[in-house]
Write a new protein. Sequence first.
Lengths: 285, 314
Amino acid sequence: MSAGEATAVRRRGLGTGRLFGSELGLVFGRRRNQVGLATLLGLVVLVGVALKVSAMRRPPSRGGDLMTAVAGNGIYLGFAGLTIEIALFLPLAVSVLAGDAVAGEANLGTLRYLLLAPVSRLRLLAIKAAALAVGSLIGALVVAAGGVLTGVLLFGAGPLVSLSGTQLSVADGLWRLTLAALYVAAGLAALGMIGLFISTLTEQPIAATVATAMVGTLLWILDAVPQLDWLHPWLLVDRWPALVDLLREPVFLDRIIAGLGVDAGYAALFFVLAWLRFRRKDVTS
Amino acid sequence: MSSAAPELAIGSEGLSKRFGRQQVVDDLALAVPTGSVYGFIGPNGSGKTTTIRMLLGLVRPDAGTSTLLGESMPHGAGRVLPRVGALVEGPAFHPYLSGTANLRRLDAADPTSDPSTAASRISAALDRVGLGAAAGKRYRAYSLGMRQRLGIAAALLHPRDLLVLDEPTNGLDPQGTREVRHLIAELAADGSTVFVSSHLLAEVEQLCSHVGVMLTGRLVAQGPLAELRALTARRFRLETPDPPAAMGILEQLGVPDPMIGAGEVTGTLGDLPPETVVAALVAGGVAVQAFTPVTATLEDAFVELTGEGFDVSG
């Protein structure tokens, strides 16, 4: 082994870290993605303001519902924001990132230069997948943190009453909210892997984004059709709303663990499909 | 691992690719000697870019094998591509990143790159193609020529053993074209093998030591430039006030196809020494104002080889 080769082998790990850093810089440095993140934040602020306005008109009823709970304690807005945005906005944001991942590079023609740099196809796909996971995490954390800040500003903070009726400290509440954001991020990252696969099928990022968002929406629709209840446990989104289980005392983990299992299954399956597709793909863009 | 360079920088056997019903590349046997400047010519649509994509491992051939710097492709891509600089089908960069940021990304993608020297290598590459002043500008704001220069700069981030440049002067003004030609000569002088594709025959003629000619997916000729030119019969051009008299003498000498123009006669010289022709004309009382043996251009050679003009292949 020559000195040059030894250096090459030694730097391989470092090289991947460098490219991953570059990838995150590309994703989060892009103005459009920054606007998207601001929109996710804006939505949760909007929900908070709307709740404040309606609370000023008529006093909150004493229900166990998350929305009414927000009026009593601002920290709940973090949970409410996640619950609202997992239906459409967070999946849409992940779809945008996933559409860019491979199809975006193919569309610009930068894919061929990355492969010639050279980045092996598996390494490129792994870095794209990891960046999607980070994007999912940042999206969920921004919604959760934005919800808490908005909620506390509008409604004040204090010990939470769990859905089971017991008291939780503020620190415990924030900890559970962090776990909820991580749980949501895991689901979004799994959707991101579906998007990554779709992204290897086309050179049009918009097409990949729309297709991924449609898959997300379709899963929600299927999950709402009672006749298909046998299918529900296998749908990626079925257990996403289980994030509120983190507000029970003691924490009710069964659905969340099963949900993480389904997330992992989808993520692995679609990453493998993306690899099978991308590994032999002719890069003609 | 032997340190001796393989004899061929690029070699292929039976390389073929079909897209749908069209045979884009057909049974290609390329031989690019190490150290050569190899001009890969052919009309638009003759399969040059697809060939380059196959050689670099971007496109999988339907049949055939190829080697790059002695490594079999696409298996050896990870080992050999760091030693290859390439510009394929024009530059492609992220529009909202600056020239420097785009090169930084490509450098990060190369696992053999040393991050501690990245900044200096990037600015050296940008300076080398004359983009130093525009390094911080977004790619979106670059002109066509500047984009092309950035593409070449990316190929020059490291000293390379092989440069594959697909239509490197596309979009460049005459000044830029001269600069690129100069740069290629410089790279070749430094010991790099340069494989340059072009549809501009005159450009290849000025640059290259070797030539491969593509036509509708097939390699119709390949070899040193001089040999290729020699395939074409030499011609001459005679200026005289009395073309008809000259015609008679030329026919006697055995010139197969003398043709009269305005105050001139042209024809094929073949094996006739020019001095013999001139002596015969003067002896025959024809006033010779000028007699020029015409060196065949690559375009003549191309027409001779293919029996067609240099148009777009269908």
